[in-house]
Design a protein around this ligand. Structure first.
Ligand code: SF4
Length: 363
């Protein structure tokens, strides 16, 4: 812990650096709690660069809590398509409904009411209260956790369990009267200077207070986590009837819940692609494949797994009888009305490109 005098210097230097060097980001130019909340949810597990275009589009489509609360879930998921972790979009939608129904459409300003809303953990609650309402709550996100660990030279993995040690230290550094700017400054320092790799210690405004810098350990803190990337292989059946393709809705629980996809699924051990395809189509649609033809193979990396999708054009022995709530025949131009996982979006792009080539060839 720093003494009072050093704490004051620490705060002054951090805030001064922020005033001079921070990025102008749209959510920093507003006090609108809805816009700040949306940005905080989007920024979870996602970079600023990836969030920016989504953020602007989202606010055009859903400019306020009421509009979001009244939007159909499928439109909400479509606006989120490609951003990943779709539970975040569902929670935004659910929380907007609660705010409209129970709080007269006004985002609560007290910690407990806000934290009771879907998707509001301790971080998001403190961030919205601090950034929108200037309430004196310090925030502790991944960036700040890393900076604090280096300041204290804590040679551990950056797990939430280390927060027990970090929270009292953060509180001792916190500037409650400048809550919003202090929190933003700390986050920005972690993003621009005290980066996960190659921190720019020579440019760091709080270098003199940093134990890791003095011990030369900043590059190894936090200790690396073991990331296991799972490989997933799946087959898809592209089934066409007249001008329409068959798509189906994923279950409302689990991975990529409520998104749409082409029929198909994971390849089991020992199966060929064709065997897996025939089994999956029989299981899902209750009918056999008459004929299949390889179309394309795409890969997509999600945070914890890398999926390879092999798509086949299929004809079925008979047209399946389907539930319209979970299955639809859609024209290519209607794909844009349905949210798909990013891997399926690549297959759709292939189908669009192929259709254009076929048109040019006069097929
Ligand atoms: S001196 Fe280096 S390691 Fe320490 S806080 Fe600054 S950037 Fe991070």
């Amino acid at each position: 812990m720093l003494n009072r005098q050093d704490t004051a210097v620490f705060q002054r230097q951090l805030l001064h650096w922020y005033q001079e060097h921070h990025r102008k980001l749209p959510w920093r130019e507003t006090r609108d709690p809805y816009k700040i909340w949306v940005s905080e949810i989007m920024l979870q597990q996602t970079t600023v660069q990836a969030v920016l275009p989504y953020y602007q589009k989202w606010l055009k489509r859903f400019p306020d809590v009421q509009t979001l609360s009244q939007a159909p879930l499928q439109k909400v998921l479509k606006a989120w398509e490609g951003l990943g972790y779709y539970q975040r979009a569902k929670n935004l939608h659910r929380a907007a409904k609660v705010i409209t129904d129970r709080h007269q459409g006004i985002i609560p300003q007290d910690f407990l009411s806000l934290k009771a809303l879907p998707g509001f953990g301790p971080y998001t609650t403190a961030a919205v209260l601090s950034f929108a309402f200037h309430k004196p709550y310090p925030v502790l996100d991944g960036n700040i956790r890393r900076v604090l660990m280096r300041l204290e030279n804590i040679k551990q993995k950056a797990k939430p369990s280390v927060d027990k040690t970090l929270k009292p230290f953060l509180s001792s550094l916190f500037a409650p009267k400048n809550s919003s700017v202090f929190n933003q400054a700390f986050i920005e320092l972690g993003a621009l200077i005290c980066r996960p790799q190659n921190p720019s210690c020579l440019l760091c405004p709080i270098q003199r207070f940093c134990l890791a810098f003095h011990h030369g350990t900043q590059e190894i803190i936090p200790l690396p986590k073991k990331m296991v990337t799972q490989k997933v292989n799946a087959v898809l059946g592209i089934i066409k009837h007249q001008d329409c393709y068959l798509i189906q809705k994923r279950p409302s629980q689990g991975l990529m819940a409520d998104l749409w996809e082409f029929p198909g699924g994971k390849i089991k051990s020992g199966e060929t692609l064709e065997q897996a395809l025939r089994r999956e189509i029989k299981e899902e649609l209750g009918t056999n494949i008459d004929h299949e033809r390889f179309l394309t193979q795409v890969t997509h990396s999600y945070t914890r797994f890398r999926v390879t999708l092999t798509a086949f054009a299929c004809t079925l022995e008979k047209k399946p009888s389907l539930n319209p709530r979970t299955h639809r025949w859609v024209k290519p131009q209607e794909f844009q009305n349905f949210p798909f996982p990013s891997g399926s979006v690549k297959v759709i792009q292939y189908l669009r490109d192929k259709q254009n080539i076929d048109k040019e060839d006069g097929k």
